[in-house]
Ligand binder design. Structure first.
Ligand code: SF4
Length: 641
């Protein structure tokens, strides 16, 4: 590809020089069947560049591009770019969402809360002939084909497909699936490819073969955490207790007895292991949870597995029965059966940890330790591209995610040096032994001073909710009120709707006197949220978000140490915290022209061992300060008094 010519699938006038290099790198990787791990800053135009890089070869050779993103907003962004490309050269694409979001049936919309239940309910409604939209597919065959062809000509948002489907009384999910089936690009949430059973369903449903795919992972820095959570599972004692009631209701006496004895055994274990100890979780030997059951019922492993499979089957019939009766389609018996079978299937594996925790009264947890297992299919695809603004150090990302034969590439920052200010307080830190009311008061002084000097909106992201609480108990809120800016505090456990409304209101204050948002690093408002212009002129990062040394964190470190000798602690403990900090810092600059201040209240960031994990644009501008210096530099930078 010549750099002077606009690439065929690039829809805008001219790619910028780095974009041309990006497109070339990606197009060579897909041709050679290699993978690529690319760090490129926000505002670079990664989405359009990666599409322009993969599409020529994919179209020529008949590969399907599977573009995986984390949020709906990011997925819509891909459709937007595909629409732009389609105005220049024909390309088809579909945004695959779950039935939960693409269904018109009242019962499913009202009673299901997750994609899996929505799938089960949809299957049953179809089987029972109770979905008119599905029935219409047979009656209105030509309309169905017509609408699929229409959307194959024009990449469309899910809302556009839903509107058409409503008018024609057809199923939007089936239309989307048919479009996806024939499209050049499928856009989906990357959770579809991380959980093994969801993945198998997804692949079968779309009739995909791994070898036909070129996969793009957007915002790939999320992958280690998301993979761990997709491979892990948890069951609370409440589910077991509800299972007993359900078994009574359906006269499943043997199951009721089994669950009562299991529950009793877990209570005994709980008082032995956690009882009055201060800890929140303890590791278990996987077989321990069955000891009481085996003693009382005198059963062996084979019987146990057979019984659990039966519970899963009973659970399926209960769900069907509840759908018939117009009730929520759940089964606690089925859920316990599925969880315990999953527990038993991972017993011998050293990449899993088994825990009992105080979560929701008492819970059993299967904790995955190896995120690369979520990508154990990656060698089968033609090529996989991983990209994000925060992947430094790229080798560590490659190791942790187990990505073979990968090209590594970092593109320089877009933000102009004079537009970024990074100040590190040299006299405070959130190190465990330094946390005190006195220290929090000192940090509050920094935060209030910075909030006064930075115009409009400011984000304050603490290392943890515990640190945030420490700041609040040192009078942070009262002191901030004196600045005249509105204050928003992120709530742990708030629904997405509640949180979105809060963020919208916070952003709106940038048009007035400004506002302060208090939250945590690694949270939904310090990652994945876009704040443009005055919506966030500065972030104050309080501490470095190192995890507490819980059994799961220690097990993670030990596991990585075995897999990558000498690097266990670095990969399992330091690096994830440094990435969270860099993500939160990235909230202030959404384009090259934006000005922003980043203030870190932790002198450890000045240490070379930590500094080396920062992106170049941060390293270059970093300056140690005390309180008067910070005030001076901020006022100079912003021209405020
Ligand atoms: S066939 Fe479509 S409309 Fe009917 S229940 Fe399933 S997803 Fe919903």
């Amino acid at each position: 590809m010549s750099e002077s010519r606009t690439p065929e699938y690039f829809p805008y006038e001219e790619p910028r020089p780095h974009q041309s290099e990006f497109i070339k790198l990606v197009s060579e990787a897909v041709k050679n069947g290699e993978n690529a791990i690319i760090e490129a800053p926000t505002g670079f135009g990664k989405t359009v560049s990666v599409l322009a890089g993969v599409l020529p070869y994919a179209k020529e050779m008949g590969y399907k591009v599977l573009y995986l993103a984390r949020t709906h907003k990011q997925m819509d962004r891909v459709i937007e770019e595909l629409k732009a490309i389609n105005r220049k050269v024909q390309v088809s694409g579909a945004e695959m969402r779950s039935r939960k979001e693409l269904c018109l049936h009242n019962y499913l919309v009202e009673y299901t809360s997750d994609a899996y239940t929505a799938m089960v309910v949809c299957k049953n409604l179809r089987k029972m002939g109770k979905c008119i939209y599905f029935e219409n597919e047979k009656k209105k065959k030509s309309e169905f084909e017509g609408v699929v062809n229409f959307f194959l000509q024009e990449p469309s948002f899910p809302s556009e497909i839903i509107d058409y489907a409503k008018t024609l009384e057809l199923c939007p999910y089936d239309i989307t699936r048919q479009v996806a089936f024939k499209s050049d690009v499928i856009v989906a949430s990357y959770l579809y490819m991380l959980n093994p059973s969801i993945r198998e369903n997804f692949m079968t449903y779309l009739d995909l073969d791994y070898s036909d795919l070129i996969v793009v992972f957007d915002e790939a820095h999320n992958l280690p955490d998301q993979s761990i959570s997709a491979l892990s599972d948890r069951l609370s004692i409440h589910t077991i207790n509800r299972g007993i009631k359900e078994a009574d209701e359906y006269r499943e006496n043997e199951i009721a007895n089994f669950l009562s004895i299991l529950g009793r055994g877990l209570e005994i274990l709980y008082s032995e292991k956690l009882g009055d100890r201060e800890v929140k979780e303890v590791p278990l030997m996987p077989h321990e949870i069955f000891s009481h059951l085996v003693n009382v019922l005198n059963i062996d492993g084979r019987y146990l597995i057979r019984f659990l499979n039966e519970m899963v089957a009973v659970g399926d019939s209960i769900r069907e029965d509840r759908i018939e009766k117009g009730k929520t389609p759940r089964s606690y018996i089925g859920r316990v059966g599925e969880f315990l079978l999953n527990w038993l299937s991972t017993v011998e594996r050293e990449d899993y940890l088994f825990l009992m925790s105080r979560e929701r009264g008492m819970s059993l947890e299967i904790v995955a330790l190896d995120p690369s297992k979520a990508l154990d299919w990656i060698e089968k695809v033609q090529s996989a591209i991983f990209m994000s603004g925060t992947l430094t150090p790229l080798q560590a990302f490659r190791d942790v995610m187990g990505i073979p034969s990968a090209k590594l590439k970092k593109f320089p920052r877009m933000v102009k040096k004079e537009n970024a200010q990074i100040l590190v307080a040299k006299d405070v830190s959130t190190r465990g032994d330094e946390r005190s009311l006195q220290a929090y008061k000192r940090m509050v002084e920094y935060i209030v001073e910075a909030t006064k000097s930075i115009p409009k909106n400011v984000g304050v992201f603490a290392a943890s909710y515990e640190v945030l609480q420490g700041l609040l108990s040192a009078n942070l809120q009262v002191k901030l009120e004196e600045t005249g800016k509105a204050i928003f505090i992120e709530k742990q456990g708030a629904s997405s709707k509640e949180n979105d409304a809060m963020i919208a209101s916070f952003k709106a204050h940038s048009k007035g006197r400004g506002a302060v948002l208090l939250g945590v690093m690694g949270g939904r408002n310090s990652e994945g949220q876009d704040y443009s212009g005055d919506e966030m002129n500065g972030v104050i990062l309080v501490g470095i978000p190192y995890a507490r040394p819980t059994p799961r964190v220690q097990a993670q470190i030990r596991y990585f140490e075995r897999k990558f000798p000498g690097k266990g602690r670095y990969y399992g403990y330091y690096l994830p915290a440094h990435r969270k900090l860099v993500q939160a810092a990235g909230r202030v600059h959404r384009s090259a022209e934006e000005r922003g201040s980043i203030i870190v209240l932790d002198y450890r960031l000045l240490w070379s061992t930590i500094r080396k994990d920062l992106p170049d644009w941060m390293k270059e501008s970093l300056r140690p300060v005390d309180l008067p210096r910070m005030r001076l530099y901020l006022r100079r930078f912003w021209g405020t008094h």
